[in-house]
Design a protein around this ligand. Sequence first.
Ligand SMILES: Cc1cc2nc3c(=O)[nH]c(=O)nc-3n(C[C@H](O)[C@H](O)[C@H](O)COP(=O)(O)O)c2cc1C
Length: 267
Amino acid sequence: MFVNTEVCKKCGSCRDECPFDLIVDGRDGFPKLRPAARKTCIACGHCVAVCPVQALSLPEMPVTPALLPDDCEPWPASARIDPDEAERFLRSRRSIRTYKSDPLPQDMVEHLINVARFAPSAHNGQPARWIITRSRETTRRLAELTVEFMALNNVFPGVIKNWNAGRDKILRGAPHVAIVHAPEDGLNPAEDCSLAAAYMELAAHAHGVGACWAGFLMEAAEGYTPIRELLGVPEGHGIYAALMLGFPKFRYRRIPRRRPAEIRWLD
Ligand SMILES: Cc1cc2nc3c(=O)[nH]c(=O)nc-3n(C[C@H](O)[C@H](O)[C@H](O)COP(=O)(O)O)c2cc1C
């Protein structure tokens, strides 16, 4: 059953929030799921989650499982966080470049990935897939292969020089690196993976875990077969984000300044 007519108040929130207009008013005024939903519903769950009286349940469809109100975590108005606190939290996230040597507990990394699942994605495609190095040796090997790529392509001589002098400017001695990949033929794989990584970075900050985008590795991983082979990235997948991860060695005491926003209002 799609709507429980004993509790539905006909408020229209499910109809208005459906991204593809798959919900219409039935003759009795209760919401009705259009047959097109079987093919075009993206299983975002908004209709079930927005209903104030838990009257909706999505039936199982060819590409999506059923969704009941009880499958969705409650989010009461009282759970909202204080905006000042939220903004300070966002402003205080920093790229961490000095790590303690101890590894992160695996369940902590899994926890961060589970938060990242809630990042927006085009068509709710959720294409991001994760590869996480568990040993320092493998993390270091990836940095080493990145240097190899740089040397072969005659780029970033300073980074190579540092590496040869025992200074890792690529993965900064982080115990782990998280690689985010997705099928290249998706709608917006780069945006989807970047947003998932950004969510992970913020979740890491909330837990006192340090993270930093690994741009050098990302660049090398794009075209250097030894890196792709070590990672075991499936054929047809692109690597769209990489994050160093580990416990930070230092604590930031202040929030650095940033350029003022450039805004042009258009009337
Ligand atoms: C796509 C991308 C690639 C990056 N690559 C690197 C990198 O390879 N090494 C590094 O130390 N920082 C890297 N960073 C971090 C930026 O330098 C950092 O975000 C910026 O200096 C601002 O500092 P904050 O993140 O602490 O605000 C990267 C950031 C992004 C978004």
